[in-house]
Design a protein. Structure first.
Length: 189
């Protein structure tokens, strides 16, 4: 008995992709395997699928970005992303016109992707989580740098300056200094 369910499998690991494809085909699924997000997007644009199974960490285009593009093209298509527990806790934040993906440490505006250092990503995540509230300077220093001494404070100021530079293309986004306390992420219209 053939069920004729068409599956798009996007996986950059050739061994794992081959095993998954074989397993699905043994269970009578029709499987098209692609090795990165761009190939996956091309396949979705050219053909129709019943299910998409997407790897998250891939070259060219990550699984989160691909899932968003697939959703735009086919809102009813079933998608599955394999996430670790930590990855599933936080996927994306909208920061004005930007999309901040903590797990990938990227800040995306249109087609421009800015990679973030681990500390930049942690600092931006803390700002996003405390949005409309104040991120206490001491709290950020202790959580990210492990100590709130003067030198770590100066280091954090450099990271904040970088984040402000990355966010500058969207005038509605501002990291404001709250004198004597910390910082606030302000996002206007």
């Amino acid at each position: 008995m053939s069920i004729n369910i068409k599956v798009l499998l996007v996986e950059d690991d050739p061994n794992f992709g081959s095993i998954m494809k074989s397993y699905l085909e043994l269970n009578e699924y029709v499987v098209e395997l692609k090795k990165d997000g761009k190939q996956g997007l091309d396949a979705v644009q050219k053909d129709s699928f019943d299910i998409c199974i997407l790897d998250v960490m891939m070259p060219e285009m990550d699984g989160f970005t691909l899932a968003k593009e697939v959703k735009k093209l086919h809102p009813d298509l079933k998608r599955h992303a394999q996430l670790t527990e930590d990855e599933s806790k936080l996927l994306d934040f909208q920061v004005g016109k930007f999309t901040f993906t903590f797990t990938l440490r990227t800040l995306t505006l249109d087609d421009h992707v800015q990679s973030l250092s681990p500390k930049e990503a942690k600092l931006l995540r803390m700002l996003c989580e405390s949005r409309d509230g104040i991120l206490l300077r001491k709290e950020a220093l202790v959580k990210i740098w492990g100590d709130d001494n003067y030198f770590n404070g100066r280091s954090m100021d450099v990271f904040l300056a970088r984040l402000r530079k990355y966010l500058k293309p969207d005038p509605a986004v501002e990291i404001a200094n709250i004198h004597g306390n910390g910082f606030r992420l302000n996002i206007g219209e």
